[in-house]
Design a protein around this ligand. Structure first.
Ligand SMILES: Nc1ncnc2c1ncn2[C@@H]1O[C@H](COP(=O)(O)OP(=O)(O)O)[C@@H](O)[C@H]1O
Ligand SMILES: [Mg+2]
Length: 602
């Protein structure tokens, strides 16, 4: 075995593997360089999702000709004047990005220092490819063409133009959020797709890059503890999304994706949100340099805290504090602990003094063996009953006239007696008092109906009188467009409507009149989370759950007694109706014996 020193071009390619994985990672390095150069405006232009061309132009300090040459050498940096990485305040510090990119693409640097002439230098896959005078305003323009064009082994791992573009948009958004003082523009294949002006304040910038509605649906976070500061914007729990993609985290101005932080955010929202729902938020942590190591990941997207527990506590505490102060927590559903207060025995079956919880392993579906007098085929059942009107009491009997006379035993969930808080149905069963969460229950029923309809060849559609236009960001529109045929089978008739909008022509009939905008927005998010190799049918549960959530009887809707009873009856014959799509119970029962015990009668 003989050991040899690797030639420089091979060393560069190996380093490139760490820093430059795909167009988005090259783009990240270039934009970070522009920020480090003190730019006030940064213009990004991409072609072919960044696979063909990436161009980043800034109005920063610029480089003199000799500096340009040096910048292209490995480990040459202007950012570590002394040797302490701990105190580095720039985004870059390794001096590795430019030579790495230049070793696997054609890279051109054009740069001009104020008051001097411009100069340009091009390197093609590691070899100098010409230099000379260049005309440009003060600042720097770096162009990367044909990334991995001569490294087929790497090129073939690039994803579709759309996914690479989506990753590039994400990079620009995160850096633009970190620096609201800098103006950013993004162009793709000649079209302007993002533009934020310089000098914005942080909340405005975050809203511009996430959702224009975030302003009125968020709270400001500003919390400090032991020299560590947490600031930013946190979306209200009710303003949630189907994926965690809209959580932006920054440590000392650096966008990071850190599992500790993500876990802490989940912890803070834990009892405010269903497990599959996620808040929109942008959090900025500022702490002394020696408390965090930013040098643990080639792309610098992960960091290591000296005191991870303390940071976690700060995030959970800061978020809770902000959400509590906004007074919105009281609007959330009571926790399981609140129900537990009624319980004297932990038995999940509802024996003894306690609420029988309908969910859990003991009863994955309710009353699976009871024969059903009310089959609920697609299109019938709940929604048709909802359209009927009854004007005498008890209406419950009216709709059943043609059916066998109901025995108390055949109605395990009882007969509706009323509604509490426009959210809960109170029913009297033979053996106790039943409380039903109408929204959670209906959501579940819609999901199960969709499943049946899909199994029988497709979901019935209902055309909108006026097609609705829903605005989304471009990658979300792309994702939806790629799935149009599958979504149509699910009853959603959609059409691409320009670069950043989707036209909705029809929705599943069984959804009724839900919030179409929220539904399409969530779908766009959700599709991002799916592997494109999976068909939506394989993910039917998730898509149907999203739809069901938006088509359901919302909490807060007044129901007629007939509607309530229809809901109870359908629950009794629907599999899995005892738990909602988020895993919480849809109903609880307090047995008659327990009611009597509560009042000391037994
Ligand atoms: N857009 C730019 N404007 C001014 N100088 C730049 C720019 N991009 C790169 N440089 C110079 O080139 C050097 C090398 O860049 P890079 O390889 O990304 O390493 P690093 O950013 O870690 O220093 C930087 O330290 C900086 O001096
Ligand atoms: Mg750099």
């Amino acid at each position: 075995m003989s050991i040899r020193r690797l030639p420089e071009h091979l060393v560069n390619r190996i380093a490139a593997g760490e820093v430059v994985e795909r167009p988005a990672s090259a783009l990240k390095e270039l934009v970070e360089n522009a920020i480090d150069a003190g730019a006030t405006r940064i213009a990004v232009a991409l072609a072919g999702g960044g696979r063909d061309r990436i161009e980043v132009a800034d109005d920063g300090s610029g480089m003199a000709p000799a500096e340009i040459a040096l910048a292209l050498e490995r480990h040459a940096t202007s950012k570590l004047p002394d040797d302490s990485i701990e105190r580095v305040s720039t985004l870059g510090f390794r001096g590795e990005a430019l030579p790495s990119i230049a070793s696997v693409a054609r890279l051109t640097i054009e740069s001009r220092v104020r008051g001097a002439d411009g100069w340009s230098r091009a390197v093609d896959n590691g070899a100098l490819d010409g230099e000379g005078p260049a005309a440009l305003p003060p600042g720097t323009r770096v162009t990367v063409e044909e990334l991995f064009g001569k490294v087929p082994a790497r090129r073939k791992f690039l994803r579709s133009e759309r996914s690479e573009y989506a990753a590039c948009v994400d990079v620009v958004k995160r850096l633009a959020m970190a620096r609201p003082d800098i103006g950013f523009t993004l162009e793709h294949d000649g079209r302007r797709t993002l533009s934020v002006p310089p000098g914005e304040d942080r909340p405005a910038r975050v809203a511009a890059l996430t959702s224009r509605d975030l302003g009125e649906n968020s709270v400001a976070v500003d919390y400090a503890r032991e020299g560590v500061r947490l600031g930013g914007v946190a979306g209200l729990p009710t303003f949630n999304r189907g994926v965690a993609d809209h959580q932006y985290l920054f440590v000392n101005g650096r966008p990071v994706k850190d599992r500790l932080l993500i876990g802490a955010v989940r912890g803070a929202y834990q009892d405010l949100l269903a497990r599959d729902r996620h808040p929109i938020l942008a959090l900025f942590i500022e702490l002394p340099g020696e408390e965090v190591d930013v040098n643990v990941h080639p792309a610098k997207t992960e960091v290591r805290f000296r005191d991870p527990g303390g940071i976690r506590g700060l995030i959970v505490g800061g978020l809770r504090h902000a959400l509590d102060a906004a007074g919105h927590r009281s609007a959330q559903r009571p926790s399981a602990a609140a129900l537990g207060n009624w319980r004297s025995s932990p038995s999940p079956s509802g024996e003894g003094l306690g609420w029988g919880m309908s969910s859990g392993a003991t009863s994955p579906r309710i009353f699976p063996t009871s024969p059903t007098p009310y089959p609920s085929p697609e299109g019938e059942g709940l929604s048709s009953v909802f359209d009927q009107r009854f004007d005498y009491f008890p209406q419950a009997r009216a709709e059943m006239a043609a059916e066998p006379v109901p025995e108390a035993q055949t109605h395990p969930l009882g007969v509706a007696r009323g509604q509490v808080a426009a959210t809960y149905i109170v029913a009297e069963a033979e053996d106790g008092l039943v409380l039903v969460d109408q929204h959670a229950a209906h959501e579940r029923l819609v999901l199960e109906r969709m499943r049946r309809a899909m199994a029988n060849g497709g979901v019935a559609r209902q055309a909108l009188l006026l097609p609705e236009v829903v605005e989304l960001d471009e990658p979300a529109c792309d994702r939806i467009e790629a799935r149009l045929a599958e979504l149509e089978e699910m009853g959603l008739e959609l059409e691409r409507f320009g670069p950043r909008a989707i036209l909705v022509r029809a929705t599943p009939a069984l959804l009724g009149h839900g919030d179409i905008k929220a539904l399409i927005t969530d779908l766009g998010d959700e599709l991002a989370a799916y592997d494109s190799a999976l068909s939506l049918k394989e993910k039917l549960d998730l898509v149907a759950a999203t739809m069901a959530c938006h088509g359901s009887v919302r909490a807060g809707r007044i129901l007629s007694v007939a509607e309530m009873n229809a809901l109870l009856r359908e629950m009794e014959v629907t599999p899995h109706s005892g738990q909602c799509n988020h895993g919480r119970p849809t109903w609880v029962k307090l047995s008659m014996g327990d009611v009597e015990k509560l009042f000391g009668r037994k």
